[in-house]
Write a protein that binds this ligand. Structure first.
Ligand code: BLA
Length: 252
């Protein structure tokens, strides 16, 4: 269901950052690139890709294909530490049960800071898009995350009933948000001061810790692929700069 979104992202990355060629890959720890599992009678495959380029330090995306019962496209793009621009976050999910579909879509420029200057520079430019796609910005409450941390006020966040809106509306919105993100990156001024750069290193690491600690997907991963694999996937690949909770807890 979301394959075309993955393919569009790949094509964009190749044209914009790879002179038409595939980008240099960024290694994925052994055993985490792909896994086949199942829950009850439902088989599932999870597959991930990871790249880097001059401007972007980590580009990761994952596809879960469990047929009708689950389709997921998830991605985070981390700019190099000398750019303070937000991370690009994508989480498109579809769960099917008894002929019914639950579709959840989230797309955001995930802010590293919340001061006015930062928000004006990097979040306000999204406002027009959010206004154009109000149907995909439903102001839903968050159960797992805090909407005021690493989410912007102009995120797309919607529950949809059918795949028609994904095809008709999300596809358009997705392309426009991505284009705006590339423009923002193009315009971004590289930081030069070591202390400014270190501030980004820390903010990106804090994002990983926050996200790993709250990830609502752990249950999904462990139900299909086992608890041990789920932990490794979270802490060694998705949010590799986070420390597993037990370790972080012991150090505090
Ligand atoms: C919610 N994301 C979810 C849920 C799942 C995932 C299972 C809960 C759906 C439900 O309410 O039933 C799935 N999350 C994943 C998967 C991965 C993951 C498969 O990290 C990794 C492969 N989540 C992100 C990113 C964003 C994001 C980058 O990973 C930002 C755009 C957002 N996901 C997000 C939000 C919710 C969500 C805002 C709703 C959570 C809430 O209600 O607090």
């Amino acid at each position: 269901m979301y394959r075309p979104f993955l393919e569009y992202l790949e094509a964009e990355l190749r044209t914009r950052f790879g002179s038409g060629k595939e980008l240099p890959s960024r290694p994925i720890p052994a055993g985490l690139e792909k896994k086949v599992g199942k829950r009850g009678k439902n088989p599932a495959t999870i597959e991930s890709w990871c790249y880097q380029c001059e401007q972007l330090r980590k580009i990761r995306y994952t596809y879960i294909d469990a047929g009708e019962s689950a389709q997921v496209f998830n991605s985070v793009i981390y700019p190099r530490h000398h750019y303070d621009i937000p991370l690009l976050g994508i989480d498109f999910l579809s769960f099917g049960k008894d002929g019914k579909n639950k579709i959840l879509i989230v797309l955001d420029f995930q802010p590293l800071f919340r001061d006015e200057k930062y928000i004006d520079r990097y979040i306000e430019p999204m406002k027009k898009l959010r206004d154009d796609y109000k149907d995909l910005a439903q102001d839903l409450p968050m159960k797992f995350y805090d909407a005021n941390q690493y989410f912007s006020k102009y995120l797309l966040f919607a529950k949809l009933e059918d795949a028609v809106s994904v095809e008709n509306r999300l596809k358009l919105a997705y392309k426009e948000y991505l284009t705006l993100y590339w423009q923002m990156l193009e315009k971004a001024e590289p930081l030069e001061d070591q202390s400014d750069i270190q501030r980004i290193v820390k903010a990106q690491k804090d994002y990983d810790q926050y996200s790993a600690d709250r990830d609502p997907a752990h249950g999904l991963f462990s139900s299909y692929f086992g608890n041990e694999w789920a932990n490794r996937f979270l802490y060694e690949f998705l949010f590799e700069d986070a420390e597993p909770l037990a370790v972080a807890g012991a150090k505090r």
